[in-house]
Design a protein around this ligand. Structure first.
Ligand code: SF4
Length: 317
């Protein structure tokens, strides 16, 4: 197989992987569910990066979106509720050579998995963290989630959710050592693809909140968002997510935003009047836990012994 390099010369690949190489089982999400588009975008990123399927692993917790490891033709680990991130961190610790994708939802990540969410962001291990946020527990048929809008009727709040939803962006931006924060909707495939690609290429935890349609249990939420493009603010910048004309048409309100500006990222994330889409914050220099914790692991047995003796010598009385 051949490919064209940037200088138009031919590059010979060991083997060219197609989208079919990243296909797992047939997706059983409901028709019209936003999860289908996220799966396709992730497969396209893997194909375009020519990542070997056997070098990638998709880790999830519990929920509709957490079925993703079954549908992606890579290694997968369908874990326990809220535990996708500790599993992903464990995999990255022992196999830093693997490409780790995390698929989690608003209930999985922002409720039962909250502690893991916070600490995984601080550890900043190199992985792509996709949070499928449909503002509802879909798999268990419509309970209020941490991001359900106030007044939204669910099985647990038949008269409507009674407190304001959690803001995942301000929480994420408040964590020490956070390095990549983006937000996107599932119904703009080019922007979704570019955002996942940027998160994938980022070295560190690429946090992407995907506002995702659940036409079965939260149709009103996504219809309200889709019907009012003036509620979104498309973030543009040379260091941000590449924007194609479809995104410019879909989101007429645009703002030049430097993603290295954390204070402004906070203000944008906290603004209740507008939903930012694009790259909100990026710090490519934030340290990754696996780099720090692996220091010294390449020592020879003799070097380890000498270091150990040195520590014991310090304790001699
Ligand atoms: Fe998607 Fe909602 Fe169906 Fe779950 S219940 S698969 S989130 S449409």
């Amino acid at each position: 197989m051949f490919g064209l390099k940037a200088d138009w010369s031919l590059e010979v690949f060991e083997r060219y992987f197609t989208i079919g190489d990243y296909a797992g089982g047939e997706a059983r999400w409901c028709p019209g569910c936003g999860d289908h588009g996220v799966l396709t975008a992730a497969q396209r990123v893997l194909r375009d990066e020519q990542q070997k399927p056997e070098r990638s692993v998709c880790v999830s917790g519990i929920g509709c979106s957490s079925r993703m490891p079954h549908y992606l033709g890579t290694y997968g680990f369908h874990g326990l509720h809220g535990r996708a991130l500790p599993l992903a961190c464990g995999i990255k610790s022992r196999r830093p050579d693997l490409d780790v994708w995390v698929a989690t939802g608003d209930g999985d990540c922002f409720s039962i998995g909250t502690a893991h969410w916070i600490h995984a962001l601080r550890y900043n291990m190199d992985m792509t963290l996709m949070v499928f946020d449909n503002a509802i527990y879909g798999l268990t048929k419509a309970q209020t989630s941490p991001t359900s809008p106030i007044g939204f009727k669910t099985n647990t709040h038949p008269f409507g959710a009674i407190i304001d939803p959690l803001n995942p962006l301000t929480v994420t931006l408040g964590v020490t050592n956070v390095s990549f924060v983006a937000q996107v909707v599932d119904w703009n495939p080019p922007l979704l693809y570019e955002t996942l690609k940027a998160a994938y290429r980022h070295r560190g935890t690429g946090f992407v909140r995907i506002i995702q349609r659940c036409p079965v249990y939260a149709e009103q939420v996504s219809k309200a968002l889709q019907g009012d493009p003036s509620g979104f603010l498309l973030l543009e910048h040379a260091q941000g997510i590449p924007i194609d004309p479809s995104a410019q048409r879909q989101f007429p309100q645009r703002l030049e935003h430097d993603p290295s500006d954390l204070a402004r990222a906070f203000r944008l994330a906290a603004d209740p009047a507008l939903i930012p889409v694009g790259l909100i914050y990026h710090n490519p220099d934030a340290p990754c836990y696996e780099d720090l914790s692996s220091q010294g692991t390449d020592m020879t047995p003799q070097e380890r012994l000498e270091r150990f003796d040195g520590v014991l010598d310090r304790l001699t009385v």
